[in-house]
Ligand binder design. Sequence first.
Ligand code: ATP
Ligand code: MG
Length: 269
Amino acid sequence: MPRSNGSGPRSETAQRVEQAGAAHALDIEGVGRTFGAVVALADVSFSVGAGERRAVLGANGAGKTTLFNAITGDFPATSGRIRFFGEDVTDLPPHERIRRGLRRTYQHSLLFRGLTILDNLYLSCRGVTRRRYSLKRPGKDDPALRMAKELAHTVRLDHLADTPVSELAYGQQRQLEIGMALSGAPRFILFDEPAAGLSSVERRELIQILQALPRHIGYIIIEHDLDVALRVVDRVTIMHNGRLFKHGSPEEIETDPEVQRIYLGGGHG
Ligand SMILES: Nc1ncnc2c1ncn2[C@@H]1O[C@H](COP(=O)(O)OP(=O)(O)OP(=O)(O)O)[C@@H](O)[C@H]1O
Ligand SMILES: [Mg+2]
């Protein structure tokens, strides 16, 4: 007797799985990372929806940057799988993940200090298009130059576009790094402590830039400053000793006594 659950229902299931996967920007499944005997990350699983904004919090050494490195491939996971918009990227090199729309900023600055803001943004925009570099000055209608100018505006630096990076205040350099992460139509960005070292005025500027990003670009922000982190995300994930500790809304996390004790309470854990 012919069975009705042959290839039809199976492919429907596969489609559903694919659609569910596609609804997430990131699916992190049992991800671990060791460095010799050091277990920096252990069995971390969670998903982040497309367009979702997430904070990852945790004490120094909790494994936050290691998680970013596993997601980008800078230091790939040693166990588990990572899917980006439904596609398994665990074994892809970093540039292939960038090509798929994944971007990051680093805990420490990676700018060309002798070049201007616009030059840095221009190179970043050129870098994500597949054209070869050219030593000719860009023409006025060069699309990468247009994009670079738009990005300078997005990160509130257009008034300083022709200023060399070496003359910028620290906070302005961090704003520029965000602009560079925005080059080439990213789908998801990882921000590693963008508020570290900023003045309170610069922090306000950062909050406004993050809040004003196009809503379809999701991100994860690692941040020790809760005044920044809790104001720019939909959901919060806490890490502890390389593992997930808990998830919650910004309101839940802010008032959670356990979180207060182990993470916010002064670090005497
Ligand atoms: N490249 C590496 N080589 C060896 N050990 C590493 C490396 N990267 C991270 N670790 C170790 O992994 C653990 C987690 O480090 P990680 O940098 O991910 O923490 P973090 O949560 O980002 O901390 P912080 O808030 O200080 O930036 C630490 O014990 C760290 O020493
Ligand atoms: Mg870190």
